[in-house]
Design a protein around this ligand. Structure first.
Ligand code: MD6
Ligand code: FE
Length: 224
């Protein structure tokens, strides 16, 4: 669907692109929130800084990560999991900014998933050469909920596959402000991010970096 106000150039362009049943990209959805999101990332990384995690296989990830919310995602020799405490600081992860939660909840509802209430937000930071190999997001206990993913900073190429690792993959550019929502029958699709290329960072960034926020519901409602 093309933007309702497409003839008004003062408004950001927004439209929806369906990747497959259950998954869509809301193009430009968060474009006018970029500055506010960068400010929030600055605040939360003062508490829980970006760090390069090690996979269970012993490989250091090229993307650096942190989290906010009741639960944060981590990885080490013992496996992938969510924890209430940041292992780097020994303190709880910073709270999820209310503005982040509302952005995720509204984007999910726009894509047809009402009542999304994330308890974890993983923040990824890419620099040129950083990428994410093909994976499934399956550490969440509540698979009935979608994932909401917000792209900021430099454009990346997203790889979107099927439920089997060797299924064909399609490539989608993700630019600053694009929000991806996926769930339902696409919830366990394999996906990844191609190594970031050196390009011009979008306003207001001064450095070659891409950020991605992924909001998840890890625990079923009522489970502590
Ligand atoms: C990224 N995103 O875009 C990495 N996972 O930086 C993900 O791995 C991802 O965007 C699940 C759902 C949406 C995503
Ligand atoms: Fe993922």
């Amino acid at each position: 669907m093309r933007d309702l106000f497409a003839d008004d150039e003062s408004l950001p362009q927004q439209w929806q692109e369906t990747l497959c049943p259950g998954a869509m990209i809301l193009r430009g959805y968060a474009a006018d929130m970029a500055e506010q999101i960068f400010r929030e990332i600055g605040c939360l990384t003062d508490v829980s800084p970006f760090r390069h995690l090690v996979t269970p296989g012993g490989h250091t990830m090229s993307v650096s990560m942190t989290s906010c919310g009741a639960l944060g995602w981590m990885s080490d020799e013992l496996g992938y999991r969510y924890t209430p405490v940041d292992p780097l600081t020994g303190r709880p992860w910073p709270a999820m900014p209310v503005f982040f939660r509302l952005l995720a909840e509204n984007a999910a509802a726009t894509a047809g998933y009402t009542g999304f209430c994330p308890d974890a937000c993983l923040v990824n930071r890419y620099t040129p050469g950083s990428g994410l190999s093909l994976h499934q997001d399956k550490n969440e206990r509540d698979m009935s909920q979608p994932i909401v993913s917000v792209s900021l900073g430099m454009t990346a190429t997203f790889l979107f596959g099927g439920t089997q690792r060797d299924a064909p993959r399609r490539r989608f550019p993700l630019v600053q402000g694009d929000v991806m929502v996926w769930g339902g029958q696409a919830r366990l699709n394999f996906h990844g991010v191609m190594p970031l290329k050196e390009t011009l960072p979008p306003w207001p960034l001064q450095e070659m970096v891409r950020y991605n926020l992924t909001f998840r519901r890890v625990m079923p409602p009522g489970v502590k």
